[in-house]
Design a protein around this ligand. Structure first.
Ligand code: HEC
Ligand SMILES: [Cu+2]
Length: 395
């Protein structure tokens, strides 16, 4: 799985679940009811299916006529029998409808005071918005507390699906949809922060990204539930997945959010590399020269791009910045093949400092021969930055 598309999140698998289990783990206040209705409907269906099939084949056998015999019309019926087999089962249908509708209404009525998280779906990833400028692909919530997701899509229809919670809802462009749930228990923390830091350092050395599937815990050391896109949305739909981590207390969740709230004094290029992973750039842009949906960053900075509609542009700070905020302004052609203008705009989604960090990151992967940008140009950026950073803190 990992060798398929190096730049995307590898397929998740529920390796911690029992091999014999028919359902994924049951981990929310909805799962008991949903499973109950599922089993009720399935068992009723099987209980009817077997005798009906047996009678069908039995009678077909019993009343089979030999070749050449004349067909007869049906001459009689039994009113009582027909009423019983029509009205009797309809009571069962009413029961199914009642439980189905009651569950549905329960899913649509968000309890007051639910903890709110914004969700942005895009081709092909998720941005969970925790406020305070923290947008992260992982969904982090608190056990036993209702959580409400307010969801929208940047491009096509996606669908947010958490099998362990038995919840699924479409995420539609141009409007907000919502869902809520209450996770039963906290996710186990199976690795200490030091162990995680060591693994992250090793990944960095080997130039690969965190493998959730292989490790079965998050970069913060927690076990997780899978979160999938359940609406076919294009090329990398099957990789549009992320994880759900349930914290024991609100304080623990707040600490996690705080950890991701600012760049702090981290090096911009290193922080840009994190944004590249967290904000979904990696599903369309590779770092090793592979042409994915968009151009690879490898060696791109400092080179010249041919543009759709004629003309050329140098890949510099301004072009990268414009490409992030207004991707359709200049659409690149590479080796004579134009890219599809499918990149979503990140206007309002990334702070100035985030964009600066991404530019520095892309620059660090630039063509070595072209990396010596004229002094005036780099001074320009240097002058821009402190002002941008301070305007960011002022927000
Ligand atoms: C859905 C896929 C997709 C995602 C996600 C995406 N891009 Fe793009 N990007 C493209 C495509 C396709 C192009 C080329 C067409 C164009 O110029 O609009 C492109 C072009 C670019 C360019 C111009 C590159 C060049 O060499 O000409 C930059 C810079 C860029 N993207 C940065 C980013 C950053 C930073 C992110 C994440 C914050 C990102 N992209 C997310 C698809 C994507
Ligand atoms: Cu999708």
């Amino acid at each position: 799985m990992t060798h398929m598309a190096p730049a995307t999140m590898s397929l998740l698998g529920d390796k911690t679940a029992s091999k014999l289990s028919f359902f994924p783990e049951s981990a929310s206040s909805f799962s008991g009811e949903s499973d109950w209705v599922f089993w009720f409907i399935s068992i009723v269906c099987i209980l009817f299916f077997i005798p009906i099939s047996v009678a069908l084949f039995g009678f077909a056998w019993k009343y089979k006529k030999g070749k050449g015999e004349k067909a007869e019309s049906q001459i009689d019926h039994n009113t009582t029998l027909e009423l019983v087999w029509s009205i009797g089962p309809s009571f069962l249908l009413v029961v199914m409808f009642y439980f189905g509708a009651a569950n549905y209404l329960n899913h649509r009525s968000v309890p007051e005071g639910a903890y709110e998280i914004g969700v942005d779906a895009y081709k092909w990833g998720w941005g969970m918005n925790y406020g305070r400028g923290v947008i992260h692909p992982e969904l982090h919530i608190v056990a036993g507390e209702p959580t409400k997701l307010t969801m929208t899509s940047k491009d096509v229809i996606h669908s947010l699906y958490i099998p362990a919670f038995r919840v699924k809802k479409d995420v539609v462009p141009g409007r907000y949809n919502y869902m809520w749930f209450k996770a039963s228990g906290p996710s186990e923390k199976v690795k200490t922060d030091e162990e995680c830091a060591q693994l992250a350092a090793k990944d960095k050395e080997e130039n690969r990204s965190w493998d959730y599937d292989e490790r079965q815990f998050t970069p913060d050391g927690y076990r997780f539930y899978d979160l999938y896109c359940a609406e076919y949305c294009g090329t990398n739909h099957s990789q549009m997945q992320t994880v759900v981590v349930v914290h024991e207390t609100q304080a623990e969740l707040d600490a996690w959010i705080k950890k991701y709230s600012t760049r702090g004094d981290e090096d911009p290029a290193a922080y840009g590399a994190k944004l590249y992973e967290r904000r979904g750039c990696k599903s369309c842009h590779s770092l090793d020269g592979t042409r994915l949906v968009g151009p690879s960053y490898k060696g791109s900075f400092g080179t010249t791009r041919d543009l759709v509609g004629g003309g050329q542009v140098k890949v510099d700070e301004n072009y990268v910045r414009e490409s992030i905020l207004n991707p359709k302004a200049k659409v690149a052609i590479q080796q004579g093949v134009a890219y599809q203008p499918v990149m979503p705009s990140y206007k309002g989604q990334l702070s100035d400092d985030d964009i600066y960090s991404l530019v520095e990151f892309i620059k660090s992967l630039g063509d070595a021969s072209a990396s010596s940008t004229p002094a005036a140009e780099s001074q320009d950026t240097a002058a821009e930055t402190p002002a941008e950073a301070s305007s960011e803190t002022a927000k």
